[in-house]
Write a protein that binds this ligand. Sequence first.
Ligand code: SAH
Length: 339
Amino acid sequence: MNIQTWLTEKDPKKLAQLWQMADTTRQTNVGDAVHLRGLIEISNNCIRKCAYCGISALNTPPRYRMNTAEIMNCVTKAVEFGYGTVVMQAGEDYALTTKWIAGLVKRIKTETPLAVTLSLGERPLQELEDWREAGADRYLLRFETSDPKLYQQIHPGSNDRITTLKQLKQLDYEIGSGVMIGIPGQTYVSLANDIQLFAELDLDMVGVGPYIPHPETPLGSGQIKPEIAINEQVPNNEEMTYKVVALTRLACHTANIPSTTALATINKMNGRELGLTRGANVVMPNLTPPKYREQYTIYPDKACINETAEQCQNCLRGRIAAIGREIGTGAGNRKTSSL
Ligand code: SAH
């Protein structure tokens, strides 16, 4: 399989074959279950200056941090709704201390059957170790691009996330990563390398979604403009996203692959469903209370921004049933061998 050739393929008949291959590979390796991960966006405070992100330290959106009771309220809902996992995501916020997060993880693990996924940015190794010890099962950290020069431009002063992912694996976390599709400066070659790297890192979860420009960011406003020839720039559109979802499934047979909110944002009608029929097997319904959800503006016009947790889960259940798939039960860990 030549990944780069597929990325530039335009023939609808060939692409229909790609969708079919990805769907069959998904069916054979992870089955028809769609696992639900309840997302709780616990803080939008951040010290990083990522050039694409609307909640970076460069911006001044209203900031919030959820308290323990608010978070546990969302966790209770996850159990009620039959989700197998909660994902706690935030900006890189050091007011979320090691101890506080560890306590929260311990509490969720003792009071519920849920798997716990953390996505709290580039925290020091010692903290990642402590949280694993407290019972956290998985860590999500997208490497955003495998091109070191582009990474420096869009992610100034950051750690090497690829090294961190390897360390997380050694700590026996299930590891999740991914990239945005169509960030300015992203070439077909570098995107093909990204997909290859997903397989090399043996990722347990891979999240990919379109880059959605946020006008109040250096990358979205055009203040930073990575140099690139027009014919080399990957577009940030829907079709390219499906190609990457499908190719990711073909490269990583047993990985858990979400049909992302960013994809649902650029096709609100049936983006989620198309992702699920072209390689994906996971959906992440949002549990964050609406008053906070609207402040977690990593990009504009996010899908489901005004929905309550109840509305979100009803809508997603309906969508999954309509395409003839079933809701996964249990934690939805990665299957280590094919079915
Ligand atoms: N602070 C955490 C969580 C970041 S938000 C971390 O850095 O890992 C989760 C993901 O949203 C990011 O990794 C990025 O890939 C994606 N994201 C951020 N801004 C985006 C944008 N403008 N368009 C599309 N996706 C975006």
